[in-house]
Design a protein around this ligand. Structure first.
Ligand SMILES: [Zn+2]
Length: 421
């Protein structure tokens, strides 16, 4: 069967879409499914056929639009991930900085901003292609995310500042970003980069600022063993990398500080995303489970690219930690497909059920981004935005078997949405 071209945008006005099966996520699978939408919102989902403006998508599984809880769109034009080489994570960081320097050192500020906007838009267009509508974006610029129909999310400003001289201007920049408020469909947030670039004192100030503006905070924490070594003993390859970048200020980091100490500071923010959290321990999981405002974001293919060991996904879930999934950027993963990330989980974590895997890229990712009332599920009042995946035929009625099949196939997802009037 040749793949059919599905519509991208649904017509304005009340419209009903029929699909062979739908996974509302917030309820059991429905087959066949009739989803009525109006003014960019879902009115109803049922098995009862409607006759008004009826659009039959045919042999398609309809999922809620996928939610990408973590990416950096500024790398969206990279044709392939930046190689870590034998030096692992520390040499990857060095390569990423070198890539940025070579790219931007010869252009003026205006040209750089225009180019960055183009690359970020390219990332959003790719997201739409693969069924993603809502994104946790981390950017280095104060410029707004380029408005792209069908997409929205959180626009976190990345902050790096172990150098004490830079800190006052950094806090001012963070304040400016939050003071802009919501721009188009993007809410502002702060992203203090990581424990090896942000000291505890500065993190406390940034969390206080986030509280003042009721904004979320996203931070890479316990991403690598090299990070743990740096914190524990001020040694190792990541220290060498930071030193080579003139960015190592050991006086700012109390020796022996733990990722858990950072989690405690982050818990003061109105909402906190702990990006990766790959090397947190059981005590940290217990702490996170007791903090309803904190979420861990797992980036499956990025994790697999750096670390031979398995990500403690089952352990986090069993401990009661709120987990979401993100792609991370094209600097560490081959594309921005959330479905490919979920498929990677299905391959490596046979102990997590397909329904739970789907939640990680929909309702739980939406919860991490503070949007679970609008995104992550198909139901009345929610945004009329769906990820559609073509099926080999129409005969599927068993949702669990189909999800299993879908996660072990390579058929792509694409976004279908109705604009809000
Ligand atoms: Zn990241």
């Amino acid at each position: 069967m040749l793949p059919r071209k599905l519509p991208r945008q649904l017509p304005a006005g009340r419209t009903t879409v029929r699909a062979a099966i739908a996974f509302p996520v917030i309820g059991p699978p429905i087959a066949p499914a009739f989803v009525t939408v109006e003014s960019g919102r879902v009115l109803e989902i049922s098995t009862a056929q409607s006759t008004v403006n009826y659009a039959d998508l045919g042999d398609v599984a309809l999922l809620p639009a996928l939610v990408n809880a973590h990416t950096h769109l500024e790398f969206s034009d990279l044709p392939a991930p930046i190689a870590a080489g034998r030096g692992g994570f520390a040499s990857w960081i060095r390569a990423v900085v070198a890539e940025r320097q070579t790219r931007w050192s010869t252009v003026g500020a205006a040209e750089r901003d225009a180019e960055l906007a183009k690359v970020r838009r390219q990332g959003l267009e790719e997201s739409i292609e693969v069924g993603v509508a809502f994104v946790g974006e981390i950017a280095t610029t104060l410029d707004p995310v380029p408005a792209t129909a069908g997409t929205g999310g959180l626009n976190f400003l990345e902050l790096l500042g172990l150098d004490p001289q830079r800190q006052p201007s950094l806090v001012e920049r963070a304040r400016q970003h939050l003071a802009q408020g919501k721009v188009d469909s993007w809410h502002p947030g702060l992203s203090p980069h990581a424990p090896y670039t942000i000291d505890p004192e500065l993190l406390s100030r940034l969390c206080a600022l986030a509280t003042q503006f009721d904004a979320p905070v996203a931070m890479h924490v316990a991403e690598s063993r090299e990070e743990l070594e740096l914190l524990r003993s001020h040694s190792g390859s990541l220290v060498d990398t930071m030193r080579s970048l003139d960015a190592w200020f050991p006086g700012r980091l109390p020796r022996g500080i733990e990722p858990g100490d950072y989690l405690r500071i982050l818990s003061n923010a109105p909402r906190a995303l702990v990006i990766h959290g790959s090397f947190l321990g059981p005590d940290d999981w217990t702490f996170l489970a007791a903090q309803p405002q904190m979420h861990v974001v797992f980036c499956p293919r990025t994790h697999a690219g750096f670390h031979p060991g398995r990500y403690p996904l089952l352990e986090l879930l069993q401990a009661g930690v709120r987990v979401a999934v993100g792609t991370d950027s094209r600097a560490s993963t081959p594309n921005l497909s959330m479905l490919d990330e979920l498929r990677s989980i299905a391959r490596s974590h046979g102990d997590v059920s397909p329904r739970e895997i789907l939640e990680l890229g929909t309702i739980r990712a939406a919860a991490a981004l503070g949007a679970s009332d609008r995104y992550g599920g198909i139901g009345p009042g929610r945004v009329a935005s769906f990820a559609a995946v073509q099926l080999p035929d129409e005969s599927w009625t068993d949702g669990d078997a189909l999800l299993e099949e879908l996660f072990h196939s390579t058929r792509p997802a694409s976004l279908i949405f109705q604009l809000q009037e």
